[in-house]
Design a binder for this molecule. Structure first.
Ligand code: 4AD
Ligand code: MG
Length: 430
């Protein structure tokens, strides 16, 4: 029996310094071009394309292989005559071929464009497009930088349950299901757990999916999204803003250094790392909106329209701080100087909200009152509130929408582009 070939090199490893060497490469066939005397095969793997030169005596072995079939082959590296590449492979032996069945649902080379719905229905194949897979390479690196940065600042990575018995944020956007004869919910956020954990673990972070039963069909909402949540004892909302600014700048610098962000086409990210993120109070935003002819009321939430206007006026990253307390969840601390306001912030990138955070209320009596004010049953939270009697220090934290961050850094217009298998009100498969 013929011995099976094993990959020796990825595409990006084929460089001039190994000209003359025999290598085995593996990937899929992106293109076959027959120009008479030669056939050019373009093989691609996750790291890039490889041009393979096929001589006439091997034509019969390659001519009829359907595009997008997977293949492993061996050949010798030689200098390429083509301008776009330094080296190519001269085919010596074809190993196995794993055939693709045509017609395929989409053309992953992108020459034939498909709608995002068609692409998502064939996501595994869609990822063979370099522009698509690149987004997930960036996402993977960004996650690594997030973990590294937070650990450097003494945050411990934790994992909290996603099946929960009561609401963590309040509100009506919980997915409810039967849990043996009881009701259970999918976690909206790790809010209550992360607050409890700072009692002993001091600073924690969690990167996990959360679930919101919101019937929103927009390019920035999903029913399952990833959040980077942090929480720290003896920190306030200003400390959290500093930490998150550093985190985002590190992510930008990191993925730029890896060659994945082009500052020429992404002006705002270049500016972002050179300047301090702007900090605007909610009050100043209302003022500015009024001056720009918007019909806004002090105390009301900022509508989508208002946020778009603010985004036009402040196209980069900026914090909106000290929101009216009534607009914020029960666990947010009221502002010492003005009880109408709270020690809270959102980080915006233009119109898009990337982060919500704040200092936390740590007096359990006040939390009970706030729960009642918001129409929630304080007794449903007694498991949580008992922890506050065990020496709960002041603390603060936030949640960063990871998908939204990756979406904006990569210039994607739809959050679905940066999520492998997005979930929204109309999509729960594949
Ligand atoms: O603003 P949110 O709801 O805040 C919380 O969950 C708080 N517990 C955070 C805290 O520690 N105070 O969600 C945090 C972030 C948002 O700013 C947004 O970026 C993202 O999570 N997010 C969503 N992303 C995509 N789809 C959705 N449906 C999202 N909901 C929130
Ligand atoms: Mg928010």
């Amino acid at each position: 029996m013929k011995e099976k070939l094993k990959r020796t090199n990825f595409a990006k490893e084929l460089r001039e310094d190994i000209i003359g060497q025999k290598v085995n490469v593996a990937g899929w066939i992106e293109d076959i071009r027959d120009i008479g005397k030669i056939i050019f095969l373009v093989i691609r793997d996750i790291t890039g394309p490889i041009q393979v030169i096929v001589d006439p005596e091997k034509f019969s072995q390659v001519r009829d292989i359907p595009r997008q079939s997977s293949i492993i082959l061996s050949g010798t590296i030689q200098r390429s005559k083509a301008k776009e590449m330094k080296v190519e492979l001269k085919l010596e032996e074809i190993g196995e071929i794993y055939y693709s069945k045509h017609p395929l649902p989409i053309d992953p080379t992108g020459r034939l464009e498909s709608s995002i719905d068609k692409r998502l229905n064939a996501r595994a194949l869609d990822l063979r497009n370099e522009n698509v897979s690149k987004l997930f390479v960036i996402r993977s690196h960004a996650l690594e930088i997030v973990r590294q940065t937070l650990r450097e600042m003494a945050f411990l990575e934790v994992n909290t349950p996603k099946i929960i018995g009561s609401a963590s944020e309040g509100g009506a956007n919980l997915f409810e299901f039967d849990y043996f004869k009881n009701k259970a919910y999918l976690a909206q956020s790790p809010q209550l757990y992360k607050e409890q954990l700072i009692l002993a673990l001091d600073r924690v972070f969690e990167i996990a999916p959360y679930f919101r039963a919101e019937n929103s069909n927009t390019v920035r909402h999903l029913t399952e999204f990833y959040s980077v949540d942090i929480e720290g004892a003896f920190l306030d909302y200003y400390d959290i803003m500093e930490i998150m600014e550093r985190l985002i700048k590190n992510v930008i610098i990191g993925i730029h250094n890896l060659g994945y962000l082009d500052f020429k086409t992404n002006e705002f990210v270049k500016k972002a790392i050179e300047t301090k993120f702007e900090r605007l109070t909610y009050q100043a935003c209302i003022q500015e909106l009024k001056e720009n002819g918007e019909n806004v009321v002090y105390g009301d939430d900022l509508s989508d329209l208002s946020l778009r206007k603010l985004g036009d006026l402040h196209p980069g990253f900026y914090f909106i701080t000290e929101w009216p307390l009534k607009l914020k969840p029960f666990y947010i601390l009221e502002n010492e100087n003005d009880h109408f306001l709270s020690d809270s912030f959102d980080l915006q990138l233009g119109y898009l909200e990337l982060i919500s955070g704040g200092s936390r209320q740590y007096d359990p009596h006040k939390i009970r009152n706030r729960l009642a004010d918001q129409g929630l049953q304080p007794d449903n939270f007694s498991e949580h509130l008992k922890v506050f009697d065990w020496g709960m220090p002041p603390h603060a934290g936030c949640g960063l929408g990871l998908d939204r961050l990756i979406m904006s850094l990569t210039g994607s217009v739809n959050i679905r582009e940066v999520v492998l298998y997005p979930r929204d009100p109309d999509r729960i498969s594949p």
